[in-house]
Design a protein around this ligand. Structure first.
Ligand code: NAD
Ligand code: UDP
Length: 337
């Protein structure tokens, strides 16, 4: 059985659908600090079956002990974590506790129960401000905020664990910028409060919930002066996890894999693509640069293709169309409309 921590969240819920469709037995473990039970219920509707769900916290050893006793878990896909960069700067201890201590506790309980196979949600943020693009997995690592540092620390902890005991099987997946939603429009990204990320902010502006998008800087050394990122459809990302799970028990080293498309789009290109997909105007204004932002970030996606036989297939149009379907059908996310 596969344990999916954080499986009620944005990327987790989409991945759960594909895991079930691929025939995996799973159990979800989530503390609902950033998730909704409605999302889980809709996932169950989509797959047409009940999916075991345990409410609990990865920092709570008793919760995990019970989970590993009640279920015969042989692998873990570990999504659970906090992810807001700005909040991590204001509350670093909360982030280190939740992400780092939580992962330590999870690994301890896994080890105690003889389960040593884990896929970890890392991030392209561990590349800091890369000197060149595209970014390959062997680029130097650095972090510019506590969120990124928590990812870097966890990567290092998992590498140390493997060195101490090579029967561990570890895949570190470094995501670029996940966007989009399931094709049904029933599940998607539902940020609490004002969105920090570009795509949900664009979507909420298009649907009329926000007046105008602040474009953070138009004087970067990029195609049109605005920041360039590698946006990847969440269903492509989900497929990458299924592929990773398929090889997890055969690998003989810690594998670190970029999950991106290999293409970068600017903020203005994203606005235009979203307007085309939605038929709505996205009012925007140029604002100062956001502290800590970099000009350009996109993946070299070749290694994922070589080792997983995976590459992203959904382009920017599909990303925008699917985001719009979710946003327009659920203007208030999972809250009652
Ligand atoms: P999300 O917030 O939607 O999902 C995370 C889930 O983990 C939530 O359901 C939350 O309730 C749960 N959770 C948090 N702390 C927990 C704890 N202590 N115990 C149990 N459950 C807990 O975020 P997401 O976008 O789905 O991201 C999933 C993972 O991918 C995270 O680790 C995130 O850092 C990483 N990641 C996300 C992005 C992105 O832009 N979305 C990019 C790179 C990496
Ligand atoms: N961005 C923006 N306005 C927003 C949010 C983001 O102009 O309201 C820009 C941001 O400066 C970056 C890009 O959009 O160039 C992607 O930002 P996001 O926060 O989504 O991802 P990250 O910065 O973590 O790659």
């Amino acid at each position: 059985m596969i344990l999916v921590t954080g499986g009620a969240g944005y990327i987790g819920s989409h991945t759960v659908i594909l895991l079930i469709e691929a025939g995996y037995d799973i159990v979800i473990f989530d503390n609902f600090s950033n998730a909704s039970l409605t999302a889980h219920q809709r996932v169950e509707q989509i797959v047409g079956e009940t999916i075991p769900l345990v409410k609990g916290d990865i920092r709570n050893k008793e919760d995990l002990e019970k989970l590993f006793t009640d279920y015969d878990i042989n692998s873990v896909i570990h999504f659970a974590g906090l992810k807001a960069v700005g909040e991590s700067v204001e509350q670093p201890l909360k982030y280190y506790d939740n992400n780092v201590v939580g992962t330590l506790t999870l690994c301890e309980v896994m080890q105690a129960h003889g389960c040593k196979s884990i896929i970890f949600s890392s991030s392209a943020t561990v590349y800091g401000d890369p000197e060149t693009t595209p970014i390959t997995e062997d680029f130097p690592l650095s972090a510019t905020n506590p969120y990124g540092r928590s990812k870097l620390m966890i990567e290092e902890i998992l590498r140390d664990l493997y060195v101490s005991d090579p029967t561990w099987q570890v895949i570190l997946l470094r995501y670029f910028n996940p966007v989009g939603a399931h094709i049904s429009g029933d599940i998607g990204e539902d940020p609490s409060g004002i969105p920090n990320n570009l795509m949900p902010f664009i979507a909420q502006t298009a649907v009329g919930k926000r007046e105008s998008l602040s474009v953070f800087g138009d004087d970067y050394d990029t195609i049109d002066g605005t920041g360039v990122r590698d946006y990847i459809h969440v269903m492509d990302l989900a497929e990458g996890h299924v592929k990773a799970l398929n090889i997890l028990h055969t690998i003989g080293k810690v594998m670190t894999i970029n999950l991106g498309t290999g293409k970068g789009y600017s903020v203005l290109e994203m606005i235009k693509a979203f307007e085309d997909a939605s038929g709505k105007k996205v009012p925007y204004h140029i604002a100062p640069r956001r502290a800590g932002d970099i000009a350009t970030c996109y993946a070299d996606a070749q290694y994922a293709k070589n080792v997983l036989g995976w590459s992203a297939t959904r382009g920017i149009e599909v990303m925008c169309i699917d985001t719009w379907r979710w946003q327009s059908q659920n203007p208030n996310g999972y809250k009652e409309n």
